[in-house]
Write a protein that binds this ligand. Structure first.
Ligand code: BES
Ligand code: ZN
Ligand code: ZN
Length: 483
């Protein structure tokens, strides 16, 4: 799709936003008449097409004016694009410019929303599709400024990263195998001058990644611990280490999931997909930072070679883990990924992204990512970066007292937590975070993002189709670009 900043709309369809309880100053009788008859119009993301001989207008509900923010603007643009994609070739979108949002972020949000809305995960599979006509989006503003131009370009790159992460996670597990993921990482590296290296299962085993290999051994598909490096700063002292959980399918292993809980588990690689998306965006935006992205990619399957409950594995950090439940596999692969980032790539600041626990969704729904950290300032920085780009993150507790439940009778720690009043269901998201924290070396700021909730949608939104959302990409890019 092509984007242009203009002060006068030229397109054949015009999208006009209406705030709840406010009048629009757009001079059109069509709009005025409609609003006179529908004074309550304006709720978030409701939309209505209005036609006359001269005009084609899409009215967009923008919600309450004092709640307007980046996320709302992004989704408003998305709603316009999604509802008109098959109906018009050129859309002129009048951007509400409120000083609640920085100028550069206004065009960034609009472009992101538009590109995200156009991404259709069913495209490659359905035999009959309605043809998309939309090619041009005009962003109508009061004045075209360099800030707005910059935001437009950033929005294009960001949406590429977000949609890449979505595409990878949406692919069904019969296509998205760990080998397929590796090919995608290599391709991204070639196209963006990133350095790509990886360990196969044998190499990971020799290196001592017993936790990763313990999960990987149950699958016939080859598994990979992938590293993508971006060097964008010669003087920078900080090295960011991003680690993504890349379970291309999570059956639960021997601690098998019930059928209903298994259907969505192709999405269990959303963390690794986000890491790949982030590296691509950082490289394309030439952000001044040095980053290594580790993607721990394997299936978690059941079979003669699969790990058993009670197995004890030795992590790459040297700590041993008693695997009480093979379905708590994410923390195991992330654990070795984190050590890989520290030992082999000397990462100084760490973030991991993982669809780690169902209980995170029980707690916060699909709205919020849970953040767990060892450094309050760093955790806050991550949360603030998320808020700037419309990704909601909530800090979760990490009190030392939780560690009691991580004790094992045989090994250094266990992988589920136990002894709490709800047995292995007690404080599940915290126990996952605590196991991962045990891999973090002293004085390294680290944040674990449990993205289980917002990583994918089961129902379409007015501004986005069903499936993976690419959550995490915007937040981490925002954080690293402004550090
Ligand atoms: N991939 C799942 C977590 C998950 C479940 C994410 C549903 C999104 C939706 C993870 O590997 C898992 O199975 N976790 C267990 C941990 C438990 C066995 C301690 C869980 O959440 O039940
Ligand atoms: Zn699992
Ligand atoms: Zn999992």
């Amino acid at each position: 799709m092509k984007f242009k900043l203009l002060t006068q709309p030229k397109g054949d369809f015009l999208a006009v936003s209406v705030f709840e309880g406010e009048k629009t100053d757009y001079p059109s009788n069509l709009v005025k008449n409609f609003l006179r008859e529908n004074p309550k119009f304006g709720k978030r993301y409701e939309f209505q097409s209005l036609y006359s001989d001269k005009e084609k207008i899409l009215l967009l509900g923008a919600g309450k004016k004092d709640k307007f923010d980046f996320e709302l603007l992004q989704n408003l643009a998305g709603t316009a694009v999604k509802s008109l994609a098959t109906k018009t070739k050129t859309l002129s979108l009048i951007l509400p410019q409120l000083n609640r949002i920085e100028e550069v972020k206004i065009s960034q949000a609009a472009v992101l929303g538009a590109e995200i809305a156009l991404h259709d995960p069913s495209k490659e599979y359905r035999s009959e599709l309605e043809k998309v006509k939309l090619e041009n989006v005009e962003l109508v503003v009061k004045k075209v400024t360099p800030e707005l131009e910059l935001g437009l370009k950033q929005g294009l790159v960001l949406s590429e990263g977000v949609n890449l992460a979505r595409r990878l996670a949406d692919l069904p597990a019969n296509e998205m195998t760990p080998s397929f993921f590796l090919e995608e990482a290599k391709k991204a590296a070639r196209e963006n001058k990133l350095k790509c290296s990886f360990l196969n299962e044998d190499q990971a085993k020799k290196k001592g990644m017993g936790a990763f290999v313990g999960v990987a051994q149950g699958s016939e598909e080859p598994s990979f611990m992938i590293a993508l490096e971006y060097s964008g700063s010669q003087s920078g002292k900080e090295k960011w280490g991003l680690v993504g959980k890349g379970i291309t399918f999570d059956s639960g292993g021997m601690s098998l999931k019930p059928a209903q809980a298994m259907v969505e588990m192709k999405y269990d690689c959303c963390g690794a997909a986000a890491v790949l998306g982030i590296l691509v965006v950082l490289a394309k935006l030439k952000v001044k930072a040095n980053v290594v992205g580790i993607m721990a990619v394997t299936e978690n399957l059941i079979g003669g070679k699969a790990q058993r409950p009670g197995d004890i594995v030795k992590t790459y950090s040297g700590k041993t883990v008693e695997v009480l439940n093979t379905d708590a596999e994410g923390r195991l692969v992330v654990a070795d990924g984190l050590t890989f980032a520290q030992k082999d790539f000397k990462a100084t600041k760490l973030i991991d992204l993982a669809t780690l626990t169902g209980a995170m969704i029980v707690a916060l729904g699909d709205l919020y990512t849970g953040a767990f950290g060892n450094n309050p300032k760093f955790t806050q920085d991550v949360i603030v970066a998320g808020a700037k780009v419309g990704e909601k993150i909530w800090e979760m507790p990490m009190d030392e007292d939780y560690e009691e439940m991580l004790k094992s009778d045989f090994a250094d720690i266990n992988n589920t937590g136990r002894g709490g009043s709800m047995a292995d269901r007690t404080a599940m998201p915290v126990m996952g975070a605590k196991l991962i924290e045990a891999m973090v070396e002293a004085n390294r700021p680290w944040v674990h993002l449990d993205i289980a909730g917002p990583a994918w949608d089961l129902k379409p939104k007015p501004y986005r189709s069903v499936g993976a959302t690419g959550v995490g990409v915007k937040t981490v890019v925002e954080l690293i670009s402004h550090a």
